[in-house]
Design a protein around this ligand. Structure first.
Ligand code: ZN
Ligand code: ZN
Length: 268
């Protein structure tokens, strides 16, 4: 009996790291690990993978699909949260626009070269993430909102607005510039790291009992990296990197309802 009590106490410590009176919202976005997840035919040279599904934890094996599929997995998680199953291979195939990839041909023409955030190249927004997200959310055709990179002159995502999104039931995809998993093997080259990052989903927050002060808040992350320990909580500071980019899918405003009262929720 004593042992049972000890287990319960330990579980509470892990589950409730909260200040008294804290407001906590977690959307419980389904966990999906990044990996080649369909029999879509990989025809990339050299050594094409062929029409095979890779194991769920193939990312650590250095697979060029599984290692670089954080964006497709993050988008697939948001789709799962919305109630649809969208394969990561299909998101990649329909969002990728460089390196020989032919969009929407049901073949993977490249070995998964990632979806670059490009902010360090001063090229602005990662259009491939936008294209993949928009395609995956068909036929609902939501409005895809984008924040950052602030370093390139785009408006940033405030922590207060991020929390507003979560309260409204909208998870946010976070393209964390340079946020590569530290145990990635083989570790990406410096060149790749400088133009890319790691995508995760932000699906919750804890205001730490101080609703007026977002700086001390914590955020709940669903990470597609198999050995990341996902889901986990992080502090606010990493979310304020001026090179990071954030995406969220808002419900479209019906054409017949383009009144201020219908659209103002998009601006609060
Ligand atoms: Zn392949
Ligand atoms: Zn693989």
């Amino acid at each position: 009996m004593r042992k049972w009590k000890a287990i319960v106490a330990a579980a509470l410590v892990v589950a409730l790291p909260l200040a008294a009176g804290a407001n906590v919202v977690v959307l419980n976005v389904p966990q999906i690990w990044q990996h080649k997840d369909t029999v879509m035919n990989c025809v990339a040279q050299p050594n094409p993978c062929g029409p095979v599904i890779h194991p769920w934890n193939h990312a650590l094996a250095g697979c060029a699909h599984c290692s670089y599929y954080c964006v497709p997995a993050a988008i697939a998680m948001v789709c799962a949260y919305r109630g649809t199953t969208v394969p990561q291979d299909s998101i990649y195939d329909n969002g990728k626009s460089c390196c020989g990839e032919i969009q929407g041909n049901n073949k993977l023409d490249t070995h998964g070269v990632g979806m670059f955030d490009r902010s360090a190249l001063a090229q602005g927004l990662p259009d491939e993430v936008h294209a993949g997200f928009l395609w995956a959310r068909q036929p609902w055709s939501p409005v895809i909102y984008i924040w950052g990179p602030v370093s390139q002159g785009y408006p940033g995502l405030s922590l207060a607005y991020l929390e507003r999104c979560i309260r409204d039931g909208i998870p946010v995809i976070w393209c964390d510039h340079g946020g590569w998993p530290s145990n990635m093997e083989p570790y990406p080259s410096q060149e790749i790291q400088e133009v890319s990052g790691h995508a995760k989903v932000i699906d919750g927050y804890n205001d730490n009992g101080t609703p007026q002060n977002t700086a001390d808040d914590q955020f709940h992350i669903v990470d597609p990296w198999p050995s990341s320990g996902s889901p986990y909580w992080i502090n606010a500071a990493p979310l304020q990197d001026p090179q990071d980019v954030f995406y969220a899918d808002f419900d479209p405003v019906p054409a017949e309802q383009t009144t201020w009262s219908a659209v103002k929720r998009l601006f609060r």
